[in-house]
Design a protein around this ligand. Structure first.
Ligand code: XMP
Length: 506
């Protein structure tokens, strides 16, 4: 495997995904917690950073046990740090260098740049530049503005590059990473969905033995893939619980339950609609809604789990981005995770936790799902928030409003599907607004609700842009909603990006 030391760059996870695209396993560790090395570690990559090596508080890693023993690739800050720490000079550039550049010189006999073309396009993003290299450092690439775009230290087996090989705009970045991973580090390309499935099932078998495990299914990709993996490992010692809080999409409870049973899972469906909607009655504040739903979910889930005799483990669909220890170079480390509805579950239940997906990125979860022949309709589902339609009904929630919004959402989502747009959108849904507006239907004046449609493009939900759905499509959907859903006389489309708007309206 490869160890990636993170100095807080926004691109660190992207480096990891690119490495894994070569079927090489890698882990991200914060620069100040360099892990112990064993013979499975074949090389180390140092990431970029928002800091400057000239800052007083610049992040400094402990590399004594690595340098000279394993190949090291420094990217951007990583390259500057290595150059400076051996006596080189790094200075602020006259102009900050962002964006495309072309290599003017590249030593394509260097192992790192094998097959790289002479004027290959690369992506720069830095405020500092290496002005002078220490002895023993040899320049292997330059651009017009950046003399030291790449260097090699033969004696120490170090490579440094100023540009970012992980971003799409570095056209031969994939090749450069391949050269580092395969030719320089000698990694074996054995990280594949099939090998993951096989080894995870083996290790789950030995970890869990004959113990009983309980898992909360949500209908989403992660919990579904986790369930199938566990089922393969321990069969019906796995019990899944799927709770209907009355805030799911139209027919979702029945459809999802059916498809899980079809896959052979041992699933208990719990209809807790009345409980949830009863406790939510009259509540308008979004955070209070979330808290009530979170608390009730834990109660209901715990109640069901207690009925399983001798259950020892709680399985969760946690994925790798949730467990990476994040590095913040401008203050204490922060974990970006505000929405974990079932956050309190393990503490409350006093069970051991098993998380079979904790090494995987989202796209890898999907690939593992494909490998296990889970249906594309489950693997391709848009994310859906745990509190469901509760946070899409602005203001207080009533069963009538839930039904109305389910109808609207159904028309929108089915419309996206039948027009081939569903898979082009990361997430879509409808919001019921707490205002009424005037309309006219036939000869009658109406005073009814407004719904907002939202469709966004994103990779992880942290940032998002609204999708430019075709006007023709929006026009047909708007007509259909107003004609078919009683109580709605106006449809609007949300054209805000995140930030500053969030994806959900509450
Ligand atoms: P926002 O609205 O924060 O949403 O831009 C980002 C992503 O998170 C989902 N979301 C939630 N998921 N519990 C969840 O499980 C929540 O309370 C919650 N709030 C928002 C949202 O659907 C989007 O995918």
């Amino acid at each position: 495997k490869i160890i990636i030391l993170d100095f807080g760059s926004q691109y660190t996870q992207l480096i990891a995904r690119r490495v894994r695209e070569h079927n090489v396993y890698c882990e991200i560790h914060p620069y100040h917690h360099v892990p112990e090395l064993d013979e499975t570690v074949k090389g180390v990559i140092l990431s970029g950073s928002p800091s400057s090596v000239r800052d007083e508080n610049a992040p400094i890693p402990q590399l004594n046990h690595i340098i000279g023993k394993l190949p090291v690739l420094g990217v951007c800050y990583g390259a500057q740090y290595l150059a400076q720490s051996y006596g080189g000079v790094v200075e602020a550039s006259d102009s900050r260098e962002y964006g495309r550049a072309n290599l003017e010189f590249v030593d394509n006999k260097s192992k790192l740049f094998l097959e790289v073309e002479d004027s290959s396009q690369v992506w720069m993003s830095h405020g500092d530049t290496i002005m002078q290299l220490p002895d023993g450092f040899e320049i292997i690439a330059s651009t017009k503005d950046v003399k030291v775009a790449g260097y090699h230290v033969a004696e120490k087996n170090i490579y440094g590059i100023q540009f970012h090989p992980e971003v799409y705009h570095t056209i031969q970045g994939t090749q450069i990473l391949y050269n580092f991973l395969i030719d320089i580090c000698g990694c074996i390309q054995d990280w594949s969905p099939a090998s993951f499935v096989e080894s995870t099932i083996d290790s789950l078998k030995s970890q869990l033995g004959n113990d009983k495990v309980v898992l909360g299914l949500s209908g989403g990709v992660d919990s579904s893939v986790a369930a199938i993996l566990l089922h393969r490992a321990i069969g019906n010692n796995l019990t899944c619980i799927f709770v209907d809080q009355g805030l799911l999409r139209k027919n979702e409870y029945e459809n999802v339950l059916e498809s899980y049973k079809h896959m052979g899972l041992n699933v208990i469906g719990v209809n807790a609609k009345d409980l949830f909607l009863g406790e939510l009655k009259g509540v308008s504040d979004p955070e209070t809604k979330r808290k009530i739903i979170g608390r009730l979910f834990i109660e209901v889930f715990d109640g069901e789990a207690k009925k399983i005799k001798d259950v020892k483990w709680l399985a969760q669909g946690t994925i790798y981005p949730d467990v990476i220890e994040s590095v913040s170079v401008n203050g204490p480390s922060v974990t970006i995770k505000s929405h974990h509805n079932v956050g309190g579950l393990p503490e409350k239940m006093n069970l051991k936790v098993v998380e079979p997906l904790r090494l995987l990125f989202k796209d890898e979860v999907r690939r593992v799902g494909h490998e296990m022949k889970i249906s594309p309709t489950i693997l391709g589902r848009h994310p859906f928030p745990g509190p469901g339609l509760a946070i899409r009904i602005l203001g207080d929630i009533t069963p009538e409003k839930v039904t109305l919004l389910q109808e609207v959402d159904h028309i929108f989502i089915e419309g996206l599907k039948s027009n081939g747009l569903y898979d082009k959108v990361w997430q879509a849904g409808a919001m019921l607004l707490p205002v009424q507006s005037v309309g006219v239907m036939g000869d009658e004046r109406t005073y009814e609700s407004v719904v907002a449609l939202r469709a966004v493009q994103s990779t992880d939900g942290m940032t998002a842009d609204w999708v430019h759905l075709p006007y023709e499509f929006l026009s047909r959907i708007s007509n259909e909603i107003i004609n078919k859903v009683r109580g709605v006389n106006r449809v609007v489309y949300d054209i805000s990006s995140k930030p500053p708007a969030t994806i959900e309206w509450e």
